[in-house]
Design a protein around this ligand. Sequence first.
Ligand SMILES: [Zn+2]
Length: 441
Amino acid sequence: MTKAEKRKLVKGAVRREAREAQRLASRIWELAEPPFQESGSSTLLAAYLADRGFRVKFPFAGVPTAFRATSGKGKPVIGFLGEYDALPDCGLKKGTYGHGCGHNLLGAGSAAGAAATVHLLAAHGLSGRVVYWGCPAEEVLAGKVYMAREGAFRGLDACLTWHPGNRTAVNAAGGSALDSLILEFHGRTAHGASAHGGRSALDAAVLMDVAVNDLREHVPDNVRIHCVIRDGGKAPNVVPEYARIWYYVRARDRAEVDEITRRLVLCAKGAATATETRVRVKKLTAVYSRLRNGVLAGLLRDNLVLLGAPRVTQADREQVEALGKEPDFQKGVRKDIPDAAGKASSDEDNVSWLAPLGCFGVACVPNGVRGHNREYTAQSNLPFAHRGMLRAAEALAGVAWELLTDAKLLRRVRAEFTKGVKGFKYDPLIPKNQRPPLDGV
Ligand SMILES: [Zn+2]
């Protein structure tokens, strides 16, 4: 098959899904549901795939807004990851949730890519299965972690995903490994003006963070530690008997995160000793660094180059300007494959240890639009964003097509993965019976 034929093939398959995918992306954008509460968004995506003959298991293993949708028979098995959660304070109205990370596009784009791949399988009478994993709560880095603990993402020959962004490029290196830790301090309340009998849990939390600030001086440069105090008492004249502080520890890999977390817990214990309070540590979720797959990354790059970055129209420029931003669109596809891991983290990197993972970004917003911000939300439901999403669906279907039709190529992808996981056993990193944080943190 020539390159032109290949392009025509995947574009034709995605075109059949384009209208419905755009409708889905817009409806999920309007719903803008918090992590683990995406009942409307997950239902829409599952129904879309069920309409196309996918067999849907919903919910998946006790995670209410997670699901699995499967189509086809036999081998190979290609997975697609979809996300659909929104972010707090990113809604266009202050104080509301909004799609400041574009997961409305991510979930719908991956679903359209999966559906298009099924069209290709059927049209060519090929054997193989397509599995779409509906993954909630990426923004708290938890959905895939709890799903993986319950057996998700096994038995895939390869797994594909993408993320909207401001440029079209392969993401081969993934992000930082991470621990998300809740530290709860328990003290003794007292009248604020006569507090000698009190033991302030807030003091413990603050003292812990003072110690952590000093810890920052003695960690590798790439380490990031950040926190918020989620509970620090209610009034100055009541000594807080309870305080809760939530940390992210990010580092190069699991070993480095484990070591920093060990020292962070010492800071907590020291603060508890000093304030005569008790501390309880809970690991809410935890993320691996990415197991890279160079063969898959190269294949993704070639498909992106073949398809090109999404086209920009005069109307796109005007819409961006109307929102007060520069219409500075990144043109073209980045041809090199960046080697440095990102500072941020994603729970998709856990999947990379269970199946060869291929991940890329597609320009859906112009440069200069801040992520995790309502500026991004405003941009993530425009025609340009939808065009980017459909380009992602084409790239997903294009790569899946090659993996389904080229056994030698798939063997190379698998061989690199097998070598990478030699001697590795997947540790879910969270306790066996711990419930996902379904009601928020
Ligand atoms: Zn995201």
